[in-house]
Design a protein around this ligand. Structure first.
Ligand code: FMN
Length: 341
């Protein structure tokens, strides 16, 4: 399979990101739990991008098998996303080091110092999510080889700041020190180019890859994406500051309403001393456990969690990964050409 052609205008903008990732394009396919498995990840890497395996729901044995199966699909580089809260984080890191994963993408906070040391000494490149400049600076000092800055337009768990503001906050201060990949709300090449011109080394996209032909998500999940306008991708609401909810951006459905009712019910039980604070918080957090799986794998898009970013409104059809990337590159080239006219 030949590489997607890059002009002498776009190539230099992507060079740093490509060198860091070892790819032809500075485009990462952001890890998506249940979705970013061997087929999608292999297809993204084979088309010149950088696939990232999601391992939020895997144990070490499953992760090892998934990496090995992905290595059978592609010989090109791909990464593994680890969530720092995972109870078996150390064992998952061991697996990545043993099977020589080139890049680990850490999300969800800061792991222990020995864990960071092992990743670095193992020769694996460390990419870290940051939702703010202050944390970004800290992560660079702690050894991040690159950063992903993700704005709140993104699908899944989100921070409070939008991508356009986060980029202006972080890129001028940290882009010279480490490669930075911008994520959240990128659905077309023009937008991708604008972040590259601001100093980003590359971009990370999630939502746009869900309706890839190679993606194993259930047909109902993909249909929901194709039908949804941007305004349907909304963050989950927290009812009571005593019980924090990390916002998750997903398509509004019956599950969204049930989540509000659940919070109301649990808070009432806490207020009448039927539940302790810890029990109530756990009840709230448990609600979404498995909800993404039931939507992605079983196709229950009514009650499950259909996590999607705001650019969902741009998705009109199922396309092969390669065509998705070709469209992005084509739009990028056009926008760069217009600047010269
Ligand atoms: C369905 C879905 C599941 C996701 N799961 C994860 C995850 O497990 N780990 C993670 O670090 N990011 C996760 N993300 C975020 C993506 O990796 C990526 O950063 C984000 O989708 C980029 O924004 P976009 O959706 O606007 O393209 C998820 C996103 C979606 C849409």
């Amino acid at each position: 399979m030949s590489d997607i052609n890059l002009s002498s205008r776009l190539k230099p903008l992507m060079q740093r990101g490509c060198d860091f990732l070892g790819t032809h394009l500075a485009i990462m396919g952001g890890a998506m739990s249940w979705i970013s498995e061997r087929h999608l990840v292999g297809a993204i890497s084979n088309a010149g991008g950088f696939g990232v395996l999601a391992c939020g729901s895997m144990d070490p044995a499953l992760l090892r098998a998934e990496i090995q199966e992905t290595q059978k699909i592609t010989r090109l580089p791909f990464g593994v996303n680890l969530i720092t809260m995972h109870p078996q984080l150390d064992e998952l890191i061991d697996v990545c080091l043993e099977v020589k994963v080139s890049h680990i993408v850490l999300a969800g906070g800061i792991p222990s110092a020995p864990a960071i040391k092992r990743i670095k000494e193992g020769g694996t490149k460390l990419i870290w999510f940051t939702p703010a400049l202050s944390l970004g600076k800290r992560l660079v000092k702690m050894g991040a080889d690159a950063l992903v800055i993700e704005g709140m337009e993104a699908g899944g768990h989100i921070g409070p700041v939008c991508t356009s503001v986060l980029s202006q906050e972080v890129l001028p201060h940290l882009a010279e020190q480490v490669p930075i990949f911008v994520a959240g709300g990128i659905g077309r090449g023009e937008t991708m180019v604008s972040y590259l011109e601001m100093g980003a080394a590359g971009v990370q996209l999630g939502t746009l890859f869900v309706c890839a032909k190679e993606c194993i998500a259930h047909a109902n999940f993909k249909k929901a994406f194709i039908r949804a306008p941007a305004r349907d991708a909304i963050p989950t609401t927290q009812l009571d500051p005593r019980f924090p909810v990390i916002p998750v951006r997903a398509l509004v459905n019956e599950g969204t309403k049930l989540f509000l009712e659940k919070q109301r019910e649990v808070i009432a039980q806490f207020d009448t001393s039927k539940l302790s604070k810890e029990e109530a918080q756990l009840e709230i957090e448990k609600f979404w456990a498995g909800a993404l799986r039931s939507a992605v794998i079983d196709g229950d898009t009514k009650n499950g969690s259909v996590m999607a970013g705001q650019i969902v409104g741009l998705i009109k059809e199922e396309l092969p990964v390669r065509e998705i990337l070709e469209n992005l590159i084509g739009q990028s080239e056009q926008s760069l050409l217009h600047r010269e006219l």
